[in-house]
Design a protein around this ligand. Sequence first.
Ligand code: CP
Length: 333
Amino acid sequence: MKFKYASRGEKNRKNEDGTSMNKPDNIKWTKKHLLGIEELSPEEIQIILEYAERFKEVLKRPIPKVPALRGKTIVNLFSEPSTRTRASFELAEKRLSADNLSIAASSSSFVKGESLIDTVKNIEAMRVDMIVIRHASAGAAHLVAKHVKASVINAGDGMHEHPTQALLDIFTIKEKLGKVKGVNVSIIGDIAHSRVARSNIRALKKMGANVTICGPKTLIPKQIEEMGLTVTCDLKAALKNADVINILRIQLERQERGLFPSIREYVKNFGITKETLNKYAKKDLLIMHPGPINRGIELSQSAADSKYSVILDQVTNGVAVRMAVLFLLNSAK
Ligand code: CP
């Protein structure tokens, strides 16, 4: 599939159907917001993956930029720390030629007591087209979407969802293994407090993968097996048939009390090392991690940097996936 945006020097070229190279082709996309994987159909996920593939090609050009969102304004409102997601959205927006700015809660009027709704209404009053929001409360992006006309993208809401992370994760699986359907994915670590786990489970199930989750019993949500996955507290069982392991850090910032005896015990039972992998995992296993990694806890130094690791590929793919999401939401009628 050829991407219908002109690269440098192709400005006046036309597509085969006579349309301009600088206009989107015929997209069947209706969603204005990306609030969670829960709201996406498998077909919509497939469309995002296809567009991300096209944008990945754009990103390989000498000038990795298209005019798709020229004239659009995007605000990234982050009230929780972020390195990858925020930088990735900012870059994706710039690669699409949007005007953008980022607001960190710590330096905003949040600290003076302004409510989330007042904040976003004030941002929107400056004629903003899209708001990317990360917030500590589950449902924050949904709430914002009810109060503004702009498109809203959830960049992580509490323990609820992190949809673009799941999309870039399945994009990476598809890129490396050629498919998602039928792939055995084990998600290992603090499932209970992880929005990445929730979005990944939903996305993987919708795309036909076999999902196993593994961690200490206290870090596995009750009745999660109702989502149609395998639950185990035995790391060897989680590694045995896995094609992919997605390792999650322990989210101490979301835990009110000690949910396992000690970090040392966690490392002993659930830490992934090269030795564990050599003993129990498939030789062509993929190691994924959404970051940030706590090296030496959920993942050893040598395993994180091993040939199995596609962790930095995930980060690279995040820009293309976020370009696809922004582009498609902007095209919604
Ligand atoms: N994966 C992820 O959400 O990382 P950041 O918290 O650095 O954005």
